[in-house]
Design a protein around this ligand. Structure first.
Ligand SMILES: Nc1ncnc2c1ncn2[C@@H]1O[C@H](COP(=O)(O)OP(=O)(O)OP(=O)(O)O)[C@@H](O)[C@H]1O
Length: 620
């Protein structure tokens, strides 16, 4: 799985065609690189440092904080600099402010600069705010007379009247930011540089600063450069922006367009090809109704589970299965057991039953609550009592997933009124994606799930379980059919093994979805597809009952991993436009509005493509 954030310029990057712009260039950054020499090992004291130098042991390695960055800022521009942490934004501003000399390239400035770069720089924290206003003003080149004349204005803007004679070391970072901003903007500079200072103050002060910046821009045509982590702030204030990633310029242009691309791709991982495809998809001229992609989740994983379970009718409600929502393997085997018994399954905390779970449990009024997990926890019993739940609580517990899955198998086998099908599912204990992928199938087919260790090894008990299967099938996630045959000789028991060994959880998910469509009686209707995340799978732990009941397939995707997003495009194409809607099992912060728009466009695009192909085949 890729872990590298792309740094190459985006194919759609525009170098802001300003050939017809006659406004004077105020900042000209021309092929600027900034190289820092960093000690290759960490030394904890000056003594260690001196010894290392004397012994010639200290090695330095070069670090390019900025690599060949060029742009121009014209008079009256409000220019935003975006990028993930450590991408070189502050370094860029320091080069522009003249604090750092670029290692390569040039930076030309036209006019005087008011730099608001490092919070507290230019202040002596032992001095009072009153003294610091004079000190900082002197550093910025203001005369004493000028400061005398503007003193009240600075104090009133910074709202520090009551604290003027207090040493600044007692000030909060927000108060320091206020004074710094007030002093820097008391004159009308040609160029104002603002680095994150706005994000330190409180909301009211941020608004006040923004208003002053707007005034400087409108009334005095001041040129402003702003670094901010807030996309919204850049979009609100700036007309132009650059996105710098790990020292490289990725995109430059109209602030709204750069912000949109940064929202879509900033900090995401994935191949360049995947990135281009996602950009191509979002830029397609496809109009989609709002409700193609919706989110299905509660306030937390427990209420998400309750919400999904509430919509699933179960055959019997006298038994309810619970599993701790922070132990995915426990939930996986608990889900298969609930499929076997055809009873509800809900999530609990390790020590207590959360309200959302308890509320639904009350409606079932179950006589028996079975908790599947790694320990028998008395806290659950106390909590059930506190919630006024009447059911008798029992535990299926084992210290590791291998033993727990075997214990759940044994429990299910001993039931008088239910029996496992002759399908067994094998999943490795650390594969969250595969866990989620198989949940609906295991639930719907009364398949028992055996969890191996991380290396795909089965315990002796698990081997004994497999040795008893006759005329059945094993769906193996991550362990090859050949390895299983070599170890267990399953073919002699007339057991067929289907293995799903693809590279990464998304390919496995695709392969398994396609296999279900063609090889099994478990009918899935792809009209609505569920989408779950591998990195935050907790809202999807109840996908088994929900997907099985509705016949929905469950796809895996991570909006932050662009290769997985592209895998979804392929899956939608493979399903030939059968998918009309998607329900995302995950909180809203994981899938942004833009991520959902990408999915909605992909769904519509696959539909349109199928339609076009169908029309094409009729007309030819
Ligand atoms: N004086 C320095 N010596 C060595 N490395 C430095 C120096 N200044 C910055 N860096 C490194 O250069 C990279 C870019 O830093 P910079 O502060 O410009 O990033 P940034 O985009 O402003 O980050 P953030 O969003 O976290 O404020 C970082 O990896 C940082 O550690």
């Amino acid at each position: 799985m890729p872990t590298i954030v792309n740094t190459t310029p985006l194919a759609i990057a525009t170098s802001f065609n300003d050939a017809n712009d006659n406004r004077p260039v105020m900042v000209d950054v021309n092929h600027v690189s900034m190289v820092f020499n960093m000690a290759s090992e960490q030394l904890n004291s000056i003594k260690e440092y001196v010894i290392a130098i004397a012994k010639r042991e200290l090695m330095f390695k070069e670090f390019r904080a900025l690599d060949d960055v060029s742009f121009t800022v014209r008079k009256g521009d409000v220019f935003g600099i975006l990028g993930t942490n450590g991408s070189g934004k502050s370094t860029m501003l320091k080069v522009i402010a003249g604090v750092l000399e670029p290692s390569e390239g040039t930076c030309t400035i036209n006019g005087n600069i008011a730099p608001l770069i490092e919070l507290g720089a230019g202040f002596d924290m032992e001095l009072t705010a009153r003294e610091n206003i004079y000190l900082n003003g002197a550093l910025l080149g203001y005369s004493r007379k000028f400061i005398d004349e503007h003193f009240d204005e600075i104090v009133s803007f910074a709202e520090i009247e009551k604290f003027l004679d207090m040493p600044m070391k007692n000030y909060s970072s927000g108060m320091v930011a206020r004074i710094a901003f007030a002093i820097a903007t008391v004159i009308i500079p040609d160029i104002l540089i603002v680095d994150e200072v706005l994000s330190v103050g409180d909301f009211m002060f941020q608004q006040k600063c923004e208003q002053r910046i707007q005034k400087l821009i409108k009334e005095h045509e001041v040129t402003v450069l702003i670094v901010s982590h807030s996309n919204d702030q850049i979009e609100r204030l700036c007309n132009k922006a650059i996105w710098i990633e790990k020292g490289h310029a990725r995109m430059m242009g109209a602030a709204s367009e750069v912000c949109r691309m940064y929202r879509l791709l900033g900090g995401h991982v994935g191949s360049q090809e995947a990135e281009s495809k996602v950009v191509e998809m979002i830029n397609r001229d496809i109009s989609c109704p709002d409700n193609i992609v919706t989110t299905l989740c509660g306030d937390d994983r427990y209420s998400s589970a309750a919400k999904l379970m509430k919509s699933v009718p179960t055959k019997r409600n006298d038994i309810v299965i619970l599993a701790p929502g922070d132990s995915i393997p426990s939930c996986v085997v608990a889900s298969s057991l609930s499929g076997l018994i055809e009873c509800p399954f809900l999530l609990t905390k390790q020590n207590s039953i959360p309200n959302s779970t308890a509320d639904l449990l009350k409606t079932y009024n179950a006589g028996k609550i079975i908790v599947v997990g790694d320990v028998e926890n008395e806290g659950i019993k106390r909590s059930a009592h506190d919630h006024g739940l009447k059911g008798e609580i029992s535990f299926i517990a084992a210290e590791n997933p291998q033993n727990l899955s075997a214990a759940v198998y044994d429990f299910g086998s001993a039931l008088a009124d239910a029996s496992w099908s002759n399908t067994l599912i094998l999943v490795k204990s650390d594969q969250n994606g595969d866990f989620i992928t198989q949940l609906p199938y295991a639930y719907a087919n009364k398949a028992s799930v055996l969890i191996t260790n991380e290396d795909g090894k089965l315990s002796d008990k698990q081997k004994a379980i497999l040795s008893e299967v006759q005329n059945g099938e094993v769906l193996s996630f991550g362990i090859s059919a050949q390895d299983l045959e070599n170890e267990l000789g399953l073919s002699q028991q007339n057991v067929t093994v289907h293995d799903f060994l693809d590279d990464g959880p998304y390919n496995v998910n695709c392969h398994f979805t396609e296999w279900q469509l063609t090889h099994t009686d478990h009918k899935i209707s792809a009209e609505t597809a569920l989408v779950a995340s591998v990195w935050d799978p907790f809202d999807a732990l109840l996908v088994g009952p929900y997907a099985a009941h509705n016949g929905y397939p469950c796809f895996l995707e991570d909006p932050q991993d662009l290769d997985s997003v592209c895998r979804m495009f392929i899956l939608l194409d493979d399903l030939k436009g059968a998918v009309s809607k998607m329900e995302v099992l995950g909180n809203n912060s994981l899938y942004t509005q833009l991520d959902k728009q990408v999915l909605a466009k992909a769904v519509t695009h696959a539909k349109n493509k199928t339609l076009r192909n169908a029309i094409g085949s009729i007309t030819h």
